[in-house]
Design a protein. Structure first.
Length: 192
């Protein structure tokens, strides 16, 4: 195989003119591009009517794949609150205390327990329910902040967090309702 110039049959582009016809066009189908002189030329579709639909109200062309009313995510965006809700829900799920306490209340079946245990059980249920409620509030705020520019994972995550978080709040409320009464303290007989 030879690499001499005589064997090369490909044409070389040695012109440096301003002809842009050889340059690739990255515009969407149906949109028009402006040449260096400022006059529009038609794209592969060649339809002038489609040109008017691709131009925004202010006369500029939107970027490919860009949403016209999308805003960039920030510190207080829907994505941030969706992640916050998911983390709080993960704390609730990983602790496992709400489900454990509900099962314990079902197993006890209303039998009286020591007064110290009642206050401890109620405190654990209130704290677990509060964290679950905070996850629901954060995810609800994320859903309230959504717009067409919000990423889809944030919408799905926030919706799932609201549903699962409400279930955990209900578990905490049922378990709190089922907490048995404190057993009466038996006083030892007084010796005289």
């Amino acid at each position: 195989m030879s690499t001499t110039p005589e064997d090369n049959t490909a044409s070389e582009n040695t012109t440096t003119g301003t002809d842009e016809s050889g340059r690739p066009n990255f515009e969407p189908a149906g949109a028009t591009a402006e040449t260096a002189e400022g006059t529009p030329h038609e794209t592969a579709e060649g339809d002038e009517h489609e040109q008017d639909e691709a131009v925004d109200a202010d006369g500029t062309e939107p970027a490919v794949g860009a949403r016209s009313d999308a805003r960039p995510g920030g510190v207080f965006s829907a994505e941030t609150f969706a992640i916050t809700g998911l983390v709080l829900l993960a704390v609730t799920v990983m602790s496992g205390q709400l489900l454990e306490m509900l099962v314990s209340m079902i197993m006890v079946g209303g039998q009286p327990v020591a007064p110290e245990q009642v206050s401890q059980i109620e405190l654990q249920l209130m704290m677990g329910g509060a964290v679950a409620l905070l996850s629901v509030l954060a995810a609800g705020l994320a859903l309230a902040l959504t717009n067409p520019g919000t990423r889809s994972w944030a919408k799905w995550g926030a919706a799932a967090t609201v549903i699962v978080g409400l279930l955990f709040v209900a578990v905490a409320a049922v378990a709190f309702y089922m907490v048995p009464e404190a057993a009466e303290q038996m006083m030892p007989p007084i010796m005289e």
